[in-house]
Each structure stands twice: as structure tokens, then as C-alpha cells.
Design a protein around this ligand. Structure first.
Ligand SMILES: [Fe+2]
Ligand SMILES: [Fe+2]
Length: 382
């Protein structure tokens, strides 16, 4: 009797993109399986700052699979094995489960060549190849390592080089994603995933130039977050919202400030000598009250983005620098600070603050005590 052929396709699918569906489609065409199990990975709610839920990630995959018409090609099932366990699940455990469930079937485990290249680092990887055939789709830019070739069966052709991490970054910066099925994009907007609701709000409450500035700030901040190992989503939230209140009229800012004076250090000086600084505090207030952001690091980064402070986290320094040195900035120092930021974020912060302070001093403008304190400490260290 002919063995039943089953493809297992697992992943975080955060979010699922076109390369996921192209790969699965290619595998179905070539292997002609009797059924496919899509196994969406479980995310620990504590692991990431605010990861998209299992339910939403699975729903997005279902929508994409429908758009690619995969259900018409084979028996497609979504299996909650990893989600039900509610703990980190290794692939060998998933394969073990399906080999017990279908002891007479031939199992295929589908992956892209990007994952395949580190396959020998996976936990108990030999147990996987004992029970399933590794089905590998060559992805442009990720040639399979020769040393591992004998462990995999390669699908014909090549599949696009798209990564969920990059798709997610584009969503954070632009508010819409590239390389995502249309139905998935619509779902993301409807469910306010990947900060799309923040983009919508900013678009309504900021002028065009300011909105572009927030996106450029986010773009640079995310590159720096990558470089310095800072949480990508936290960084995107702080960068997107840092100027949320920047285009409000001065009267509105002053009214809000007088009601919230307890939360604004040096309130009187700010009100009388530098009212524009209020926007930083009000932007943090919007993050907290409109978007339910509770993370202190994010809120502080927003509050300190105009003044700086002697006590700043890496995230706060990234936001300060990105605000001043994003690609929308045409001041002469912006590009050199941008370059410096990738070499040493502390030095870039000092350069950015020094530029700002000297500009203020040159114009004989009032200097916030936080900025003055950082500037004085820089002068002493020279
Ligand atoms: Fe600002
Ligand atoms: Fe800004």
C-alpha cells in the first residue's frame, strides 16, 4: 500500500508573508502530499514585549493560504500542537508527535534554506531526520551549506528572500507591509496589529512633514536597536510616538501642562521660557493613555527626547539621536551624527546634545537644567 505523504510546516508566522506561501505552494506542487499540517508556533507572552497572539498569527496564515488557494491543492489543516503545550516546543518534539499520530505515513518537514543552514544547531536534530524528510526550499541569498546537503531534499527552483523580521520592521516604519497577502494586510489594520493603529492616529494628528519625520526617526531608531540589541517593538513605539503632541497648538499644550504640572519637572520655567518642551511630556501622556503603553523605558525615552538627561537608557539615547539625525534632517551635523551612532551610541548622543545646546546658547535661548547638566559634564570631561 502506498504510504500517505504528509508535509508539516511550522513557524512563528509573525507575520506570514508571501515567501511562506510560495514555499508551501512549491512543496505541495512537487510532493503532492495527501495532507499538510501548518503548525503555528506558540509565543511566550513574557518573551517578547508585545508579540502578536497565536490566534491572530494563525488567522493571518489562514487568510494568506486562502489567497494563494492552497486549500484547493491539498488537505490543509492547522494544528494547535505547539500552542496547546504553552511552552517552548522544539521541532523534534513536534515531529515526534506527528510520527506517533501517523505512524505509517511518510513525514516531510518543510523549511527554507535560511533555516536549513543552521539545522545542525537545532536541539536533537538527528531525531528529526530519523522520523521526517527535510524538505528544503532554496531561498535567494541563502545557498545551502554543502556539509548539510545530504540531510535535505531540495525543492526545484528558488523562493523569494523575504524575512518576517524585515516585513515587521517595514510595518513599524511605514504602517503597511510589503510582501504580505492583501487579506493579511487588511486583517493587520482591522486588528490594529504591528502598531498600525499608531500610524493611523499620527496621520490624523500630525502634519505631513512631522509624520514623515516620525517615520524617519523610527527607521533610524530600528537600525540602531538592531545594532545595540534593544527590543525592536519598544524602540518603534518610542520613536513613532516621540512627537505625537508636537503639532498641537501652544494653547492646548499649555492648558494640558498646567493640569499636569506635577508630572513636569521645572514646570514654571518650561511654561515661561521653553513651552515647546511640553510636547515631549504630552507625547508620553498620549502613549500612556491613548495607547496603553506602561513600559517606563518607552515613556522616559519620549519624555527625554528634547532635553536629554544624565540618566538615560540606551533606548532613550537611540531616540534622542534618531530624532536629530534621521534622514529627513538636513542640518549639517545630522549625517555625521548618524554615522557616529553606528560606532558608539554614547558618543553620538553627546555630539547630538552638544550641537543642540550650542545652537540654543548661540541664540541666547533658555536651556533646560537637564540639558545644561549633561553639557556641563561633557565640558568637564574634555
Ligand atoms: Fe520633539
Ligand atoms: Fe522629533
Amino acid at each position: 500500500m502506498k504510504k500517505e505523504k504528509i508535509i508539516i510546516y511550522g513557524g512563528s508566522f509573525d507575520p506570514p508573508h508571501k515567501a511562506h506561501f510560495e514555499l508551501l505552494k512549491g512543496a505541495i506542487k512537487e510532493i503532492k502530499p495527501d495532507r499538510v499540517y501548518v503548525v503555528t508556533g506558540w509565543h511566550s507572552p513574557f518573551k517578547n514585549f508585545s508579540s502578536v497572539s497565536y490566534k491572530d498569527r494563525e488567522k493571518m496564515f489562514r487568510l494568506g493560504a486562502r489567497e494563494f488557494d492552497l486549500g484547493a491543492m491539498t488537505r490543509l489543516a492547522f494544528h494547535p500542537f505547539e500552542c496547546k503545550r504553552k511552552k517552548i516546543t522544539y521541532t523534534y518534539q513536534t515531529i515526534d508527535y506527528f510520527s506517533l499520530k501517523h505512524p505509517k505515513a511518510q513525514l516531510f518537514f518543510l523549511m527554507g534554506s535560511d533555516c536549513f543552514n543552521s539545522f545542525n544547531k537545532w536541539k536533537n536534530y538527528k531525531l528529526i531526520t530519523e522520523k521526517a524528510v527535510l524538505l528544503v526550499g532554496r531561498r535567494e541569498g541563502f545557498l545551502p551549506k554543502n556539509s548539510l546537503n545530504k540531510r535535505g531534499v531540495f525543492l526545484k527552483g528558488a523562493f523569494p528572500e523575504i524575512s518576517s523580521t524585515e516585513v515587521k520592521k517595514t510595518l513599524f516604519v511605514e504602517g503597511c507591509g510589503k510582501n504580505i497577502p492583501v487579506a493579511v494586510s487588511v486583517f493587520i489594520r482591522q486588528k490594529k496589529l504591528y502598531l498600525s493603529h499608531m500610524h493611523e492616529w499620527l496621520k490624523l494628528n500630525l502634519g505631513r512633514k512631522r509624520f514623515k519625520h516620525c517615520k524617519e526617526t523610527t527607521s533610524l531608531a530600528l537600525e540602531l536597536a538592531d545594532k545595540y540589541g534593544v527590543d525592536v517593538e519598544k524602540t518603534a513605539i518610542a520613536a513613532l510616538l516621540h512627537d505625537a503632541a508636537r503639532d498641537f497648538k501652544e494653547n492646548k499644550l499649555k492648558l494640558w501642562a498646567s493640569k499636569n504640572r506635577k508630572n513636569i519637572p521645572f514646570f514654571r520655567d518650561i511654561r515661561d521660557k521653553g513651552p515647546v518642551i511640553v510636547h515631549a511630556y504630552m507625547s508620553a501622556y498620549i502613549a500612556q493613555n491613548k495607547f496603553s503603553i506602561k513600559d517606563k523605558d518607552i515613556l522616559n525615552a519620549i519624555k527625554l527626547h528634547t532635553t536629554g538627561s544624565l540618566k538615560m537608557s540606551i533606548l532613550a539615547k537611540i531616540i534622542y539621536v534618531s530624532d536629530m539625525a534621521g534622514k529627513d534632517r538636513d542640518m549639517f551635523f545630522a549625517s555625521s551624527i548618524r554615522k557616529e551612532a553606528f560606532l558608539d551610541i554614547d558618543k553620538a548622543f553627546c555630539s547630538a546634545l552638544r550641537c543642540k545646546v550650542e545652537h540654543m546658547k548661540g541664540k541666547k535661548k533658555w536651556l533646560h537644567p537637564y540639558s545644561e547638566a549633561v553639557y556641563q559634564s561633557l565640558e568637564r570631561s574634555l
